[in-house]
Design a protein around this ligand. Structure first.
Ligand code: ATP
Ligand code: MG
Length: 267
């Protein structure tokens, strides 16, 4: 692994899994055009745990949206080389994009976004049923295995409202892994959690990188965890900047500061 704050291109010994070239994103608003990303060039390698840091409004979520293709690109390209195919994300039509995304990318949000009327196990089988990679019996079995991995199998038939925020986020991570995607994208996944719970979630991500070879791109406000990523990108006003400067993050919320204790799977 590379150490944090190295080059914007990462370790060049392995091929880029995610290749972003001259990515520009302009939002058109009533007040006029606003350029949220101003020409981003970055290679993300397989097996990286990439932290994306920057102030509110810097363009972090927009950066992730360019990778997942949930929002249109203005100019430039994003190529993802996964599952044996080189895909130009923004060239796919809507149906092809949805299917490709389901198999390639798991997405985790700050607000968990579990479906409230579905049980935990149903929340995890849903993406499998939508993608059709697993037969229904196998998808249920796999969902249980994923719940076991996040140590929530006993709660499989509960509704999300009956478990804690940290537990809901673990279910959301299990759901993101449903179709065994090589890439996880997380937008402030610990932003709504207390520091101890945040640390548990972060350790879960670390284990997914180390033990399952996942590639993770994670946005965070928490500068204290920057050294724990294999690499960190800083976005300032829609552009990449490096390295992290103290004054840039000095005013960021401290809410997520977490102790760096080594834990096993204790929740
Ligand atoms: N749909 C949109 N229409 C217009 N402007 C937008 C839209 N989405 C984002 N922006 C603007 O683009 C800029 C980047 O937004 P983005 O959501 O990527 O920031 P962020 O770094 O994720 O911020 P935060 O930390 O608050 O989540 C901001 O100035 C924002 O106001
Ligand atoms: Mg954001």
């Amino acid at each position: 692994m590379t150490t944090s704050h190295e080059t914007l291109q990462g370790n060049t010994a392995t091929p880029a899994l995610i290749d972003m070239r001259d990515v520009i994103k302009v939002y058109s608003t009533a007040a006029g055009d606003f350029t949220a990303l101003k020409g981003i060039n970055v290679d993300i390698r397989a097996g990286e745990f990439l932290g994306v840091i920057g102030k509110s409004g810097a363009g972090k979520s927009t950066f992730l949206n360019m990778i997942t293709g949930v929002d249109d690109i203005t100019t430039g390209r994003v190529i993802i080389r996964a599952n044996g195919a080189d895909v130009h994300v923004h060239d796919l039509n809507e149906d092809a994009l949805a299917l490709w995304r389901g198999k390639t990318l798991g997405v985790v949000f700050q607000s968990f976004q579990l479906l409230p009327m579905l049980t935990l196990i149903e929340n995890i089988t849903l993406p499998m049923d939508l993608c059709g990679l697993y037969r229904p019996r196998r998808s249920r079995q796999r969902a249980l295995e994923l719940l076991e991995m996040v140590e929530l199998e006993e709660h499989a038939n509960k509704l999300p409202a009956f478990i804690s925020g940290g537990q809901q986020q673990r279910v959301a991570i299990a759901r993101a892994l449903a179709n065994d995607p090589p890439i996880l994208v997380a937008d402030e996944p610990t932003g709504s959690l207390d520091s101890v719970t945040s640390d548990h979630i972060f350790e879960l991500f670390e284990r997914l990188v180390q033990e399952q070879g996942k590639t993770i791109v994670m946005v965070t406000h928490d500068k204290s965890i920057a050294p724990r990523f294999s690499r960190t990108l800083r976005i300032v006003d829609g552009e990449l900047a490096d390295p992290i400067e103290e004054d840039e993050t000095a005013s960021e919320p401290e809410a997520n500061k977490s102790p760096k204790k080594k834990r096993k799977w204790l929740w």
